[in-house]
Design a protein around this ligand. Structure first.
Ligand code: AMP
Length: 378
């Protein structure tokens, strides 16, 4: 039975993903309680309640959990112990076990191998000796990544040649790492998968993702992938959701090779930046699917009506002042503006995004990029 519509959904994390989740949950009639250490975070501005406390404050977590009917999260580095503490009182979707698997790259890759899902070839690296051995086996160039807390290109470095090993090992601070084969990919794609309490699933994608300085820049749906490649990416995402026993929403990021193979790069058990365009492109957005799954509702339809594209608005675009939003109304009336309510714009900080639906993915991409350039001053 789904939670009655005035129940409260709790969310660990208060960034833009939590904000858009709160919006979707409230549209479905739920109340939202945000747990985030930061006052006036993007999600709290839309939520009914906000607990400002640390993720290791177990007394605060117990109080939070007793005030809600189900919990979810908007970033995967919520401590497993926090998720498990909340699970004493309410269902936590996705469960702490899912976080345990994906918080550590080595564990995540071990999971993929055990599940028979094609992923980037890798070796575990615990020492400089290990690294030398791994380079022998995988061959340079390769990518060395810390097992924990890496994101947006942080905590990783390319090992160009075997002679580069010591520099790379020291650069990442001698922490536990994985060495990945360098994939000369054709493109990067992602697939969203939502799974409800009964195991029913909905998938969306693949979305094609372009990065700038290791940060997602522009996403386009549908990707330019062939039909068999798209099917393989959906199958992998569904298998991952089943094997993780996911309840909620996840995004699976892949490298697509020129041969059309898809290799899993990363799993994010939460809404993802590349899925923002589902707000305008689909009947049920990624955030609405998350709210539905968490509340025990039936999932909604997640097919896209039209091609769409999304462009991130990073703080760099505020360098010469607030972008000129009036240009959108005048020259790009079909472009949707989303701002996250962050007071200070810093370079690299995700401040908002633009989305447009159009007749073709190429046209959507052209429009969203042009609109972004047009609003940027200076
Ligand atoms: P990640 O933090 O693992 O998502 O990596 C950030 C970005 O670095 C990816 O989106 C890729 O553009 C690039 N990258 C990461 N791993 C590899 C790899 N094994 N081969 C080639 N490029 C990679």
């Amino acid at each position: 039975m789904p939670l009655p519509h005035d129940s409260t959904l709790g969310v660990f994390g208060g960034g833009q993903l939590g904000r858009m989740f709160a919006n979707a949950a409230k549209q479905l009639g739920y109340r939202v309680h945000v747990y985030c250490p930061e006052a006036d975070c993007p999600a709290s501005q839309l939520a009914d309640r906000h607990t400002v406390a640390d993720y290791h404050d177990f007394q605060a977590i117990a109080q939070f959990a007793q005030s809600i009917d189900a919990a979810t999260l908007e970033f995967e580095n919520v401590p497993v112990a926090a998720a498990e503490a909340a699970a004493h009182y309410v269902p936590v979707r996705p469960a702490g076990e899912v976080l345990y698997t994906v918080q550590d790259r080595s564990r995540e890759k071990g999971f993929l191998v055990a599940a028979g899902i094609p992923a980037t070839p890798y070796r575990n690296v615990r020492s400089l000796d290990d690294l030398h051995r791994a380079i022998d086996q995988l061959e340079a160039p390769a990518v060395l990544k810390t097992t924990k807390f890496g994101y947006d290109g942080k905590g990783q470095t390319i090992v160009e040649t075997a002679d580069d090993a010591e520099r790379a090992w020291r650069y990442l601070g001698g922490h536990k790492c994985v060495l990945e084969k360098f994939i000369d990919f054709r493109c990067e794609i992602s697939v969203l998968v939502a799974r409800d309490v009964d195991g029913n699933m909905q998938t969306f994608g693949p979305v094609e993702n372009a990065h700038a300085n290791h940060v997602l820049d522009v996403s386009v749906h549908p990707a330019s992938s062939s039909e068999p490649t798209a099917r393989a990416s959906h199958e992998a995402a569904r298998k991952i959701a089943v094997e993780l026993d996911l309840v909620g929403l996840a995004c699976v990021e892949f490298f697509e090779t020129s041969a059309g193979d898809v290799l899993v790069n990363e799993i994010a058990p939460r809404p993802h930046n590349s899925g923002h365009l589902t707000i305008e492109a689909c009947t049920t957005s990624q955030f609405a699917q998350q709210a539905r799954a968490v509340a025990g509702m039936e999932l909604g339809e997640m097919t896209a009506h039209e091609p769409a594209a999304m462009a991130n608005l990073l703080g760099d675009r505020w360098a010469a002042g607030e972008p000129d939003w009036a240009v959108l109304k005048r020259d790009f009336p079909q472009v949707h503006l989303h701002l996250y309510g962050k007071r200070t714009a810093r370079p690299g900080r995700k401040m908002g995004h633009l989305t447009v639906v159009a007749e073709s993915p190429q046209e959507a991409e052209r429009l969203v990029r042009s609109a972004r350039d047009a609003v940027t001053r200076g």
